[in-house]
Design a binder for this molecule. Structure first.
Ligand code: NAP
Length: 436
């Protein structure tokens, strides 16, 4: 019965319907083409077969692309589908023109007709999608449609997301501004455009890489969460936390919020915490190992100091004068002020030197490593496993990890929040919440 229910729900899913409309359109075209070639009795068999193979390839590629695009339905993707519909018609037209070397009155009438039909199909499909978007409840969100300075962030209304079968829809209580947000906003480095659109943001228009909030709705396959649960999550490459609601797959980096921290604190744990944890795990640290954290006052740095202390390491933190008290409070045994002394002249040797802000290099610190010691820089982040998130949660629940919150902003101050984080001067984390 559940298989039957799943099949029915799959077939009635709006996005799947759109896929079937497209696939049916393409199939219809391919069948017509087949019949057409059948009627051209004088055609050379090899050419006709070649043309049919070409059309079949087009059909499969087309259907596959439609599937990919329509699974992520948005106005932009539908535009692409409309263009692909027309291209498909043109391609079939060219194949037959080559195959028969001349155009019969029938084909002359057929192909323009086919293009008109496909165009109408695309329009209908577009209207259906637009109507379904318009009928969806709206929500407030911060959207960006151009790469650039913090001014590109616009406070606006967009349709509320609908959870798919494996999704959890979360009402966002708090999120943060991280380097990932401003770098994607500016497309810095340039290669970020390969991920999110060459000329303008496409796949991700709503930034926000981590959050805390309350589960509003769940897809039918979600069993771990229910409406009303307090959760915190890393959005990973989905982003989307700069909105009232966002949907995340339940099998990734999402967990129940630890009871001993606030929503604001919980929002600041996932990204910086996971990054620090991944690096420290990679170094296989043991009790009493000597660890130096360079850039100990940033988000990653403050977590790295605390995680190293939770393992029982002896931690030396490097930061500027203003942040000495902060890193001492986090448990650092020794603090070096990089503004007044050159930490590379120290005599101590370390099992791990972790550059948490990407501002030093292995060549500068190699002589400070003990035999077998490691230098790790935040630039090359090792992949995380969802189990790491449980590990992080345990550290928070055991009071071994406490997020440092520097400033708090509301969403209508998001541009100021971005400008501040981009200055590289934040201490720990910057929180963004909805105005009460
Ligand atoms: N935040 C995250 O969740 C996250 C996740 C993955 C990767 N990353 C990467 O990790 C790096 C650090 O990010 P972050 O958010 O932790 O911090 P950040 O906002 O990038 O950096 C802020 C901190 O860096 C310190 N800093 C600035 N210049 C420094 C220098 N020359 N030497 C030593 N410290 C310096 C500042 O402290 P002082 O004022 O004391 O100098 C400040 O506390 C970024 O490259 C980011 O792309 C971050």
């Amino acid at each position: 019965m559940s298989v039957f229910r799943n099949v029915v729900s799959y077939l009635t899913d709006k996005q799947t319907k759109l896929f079937f409309i497209d696939a049916a359109g393409a199939l219809l075209t391919a069948c017509c083409l087949f019949l057409l070639t059948y009627f051209f009795e004088n055609g050379d068999t090899a050419i006709v077969t070649g043309a049919l193979c070409g059309v079949a390839c087009c059909f499969f590629t087309y259907s596959f692309l439609c599937f990919l695009f329509i699974r992520n339905t948005s106005a932009f993707h539908l535009r692409v589908v409309a263009i692909m519909n027309s291209l498909y018609a043109c391609t079939t037209f060219i194949f037959v023109a080559i195959a028969y070397d001349e155009l019969s009155p029938f084909s002359l009438a057929y192909f323009p007709g086919e293009m008109v039909i496909l165009f109408i199909l695309a329009r209908v499909e577009w209207s259906v999608a637009m109507a379904s978007q318009e009928s969806r409840p709206q929500m407030k969100a911060v959207v960006y449609d151009h790469y650039g300075s913090a001014d590109v962030l616009q406070f606006t209304s967009i349709p509320r997301p609908v959870p798919r079968r494996n999704d959890v829809c979360i009402k966002v209580s708090a999120t943060t501004v991280t380097a990932a947000d401003w770098r994607l906003r500016k497309a810095d480095p340039f290669l970020a455009r390969l991920f999110n659109g060459i000329f303008r943001p496409g796949k991700i228009r709503v930034l926000g890489a981590e959050l805390s909030g309350i589960v509003e709705e769940t897809g039918e396959k979600v069993t771990r969460f229910k409406k009303g649960d307090a959760v915190f999550a890393s959005c990973e490459m989905h982003f989307g936390a700069y909105a009232e609601y966002t949907c995340l797959p339940d099998n990734e980096f999402i967990a129940h919020k630890p009871a001993n921290i606030t929503f604001e604190e919980a929002a600041a744990v996932p990204l910086g915490g996971l990054t620090a944890l991944r690096f420290l795990q990679k170094a296989r640290l043991k009790k009493n190992d000597f660890v130096l954290v360079y850039g100990a006052s940033g988000s990653v740095g403050t977590y790295a100091v605390q995680i190293a202390k939770s393992i029982g390491c002896r931690v030396t933190a490097v930061c500027s004068t203003d942040n000495i008290q902060l890193v001492r409070r986090l448990g650092a045994d020794d603090v070096i002020d990089y503004k007044t002394s050159d930490f590379t002249r120290r005599q101590e040797r370390y099992k791990l030197i972790f550059d948490a802000v990407g501002k030093t290099s292995k060549s500068a610190v190699r002589h400070m490593l003990e035999p077998g010691g490691k230098f790790l820089s935040v630039w090359g982040i090792p992949p995380a496993h969802p189990d790491d998130f449980s590990e992080l949660k345990k550290l928070v629940e055991g009071n071994q990890l406490k997020p440092v919150i520097d400033r708090r902003y509301t969403f209508d101050q998001i541009r100021e929040a971005h400008a501040y984080v981009e200055s590289f001067r934040k201490k720990g984390n910057v929180i963004v919440t909805w105005r009460n």
